[in-house]
Design a binder for this molecule. Sequence first.
Ligand SMILES: Cc1ncc(COP(=O)(O)O)c(C=O)c1O
Length: 397
Amino acid sequence: MRLPERVLSTVMPPIDALNNRMAELAAEGQDVISLGQSVPFFGPPVEMIAAVSEALSLDPRIHSYGPDAGIPELRQALAEKLKRHNGVDADPATQIMVTPGSNQAFMVAMLTLLEPGDEVAIAAPYYFNHHMAIELCGGRVVEAPTSEEDGFQLHLSDVEAATTDRTRAIVITSPNNPTGAVYDRAEVERIARFAADRRIQLVSDEAYEFFGYDGVSTFSPGSIPDLGDTVITLGSLSKTFGMTGWRIGYMVAGEEFCRQALKVQDATAICAPIISQIGAVVALGVIDAFTEGHLAELEARRDLLERTLTSIPSLDWTKTNGALFAFVKAAPTASGRELAWEVLDRTNMLMVPGSAFGDAWRNFVRISYGSSTRDRFEEALNRLAVYFNGSGGAGVR
Ligand SMILES: Cc1ncc(COP(=O)(O)O)c(C=O)c1O
């Protein structure tokens, strides 16, 4: 079979083997804990589940295709949320497209934007699926590296250095996966103005927008006035509402971009699942109370993790204040991949090797503090401390 180079050269995230091994261990009856998943520990709002249950028997729309861009009431609810929470003005009729998850929104944006050989500057370490999507579209990833020394902040100078006259897009993810960094607002504004001056699209992935700690609030560059159609905002209900399996994300962009992007949506998904869209409307109706309810718990876990990591001399992490992750540096010569395998073998716990987020991050591992229950998370901290130090965690049972 002849397959194109853009597909053959794209690699899957290198954690499949670890995931398979964890599943084997679980099947053997071992007490496994995943610190690997980027899913929150909670499920969707009860109001959403009730509305969906009712729709299952009463709403005939759920069995059919719906409008490509999403059902009108969801686009309206998103427009209101974008205005109120993000300061972004978007016409629900022409500038918002609901997608089956925001990964799909990213793919739609790239397929709409890129010619083969076009470059995309992307803050590194990066979310692996962004990298895959760009390559699958025939684009070329150019990394704008961040560094642990200043908390993985992204600077305009790094973005400038990653930009050439072939650059079609700059991708930023704040709060960041995998680092947990929330980018400085003034710097994001500078990057957005730089992009606008050069007629480059700024793609802002805001999947973790509601996960900011220590009082930081996240910032949507789509709210900056006078940038024209520079910014493409990508959002997700997956993490916000603990509904990764329902597949609801969205893209906000200029009218013409959305019109063209609808072709990609129609050719790939037609529309996001209608039952999920009906649920999403209800979830958005309780967004403030729901998101507030989990923040203190996640912040407390992050602080517990920091105490444990501080007690482990061979690991280095300076606390970041967003998303669900710690991107932890092992000794400079250590291999994050070997470490992840060894931790899995010895402690039955999964973490993600740093190489999953770019080759330069081989001696890092990503630890998610968001996914398990509090009890299991404390057990995980204990196992980490015992494995690395030979004694119990700092302040956890
Ligand atoms: C930065 C980032 N963007 C997007 C996604 C995908 O989210 P969705 O479930 O909306 O496709 C993830 C999932 O882990 C992510 O980490």
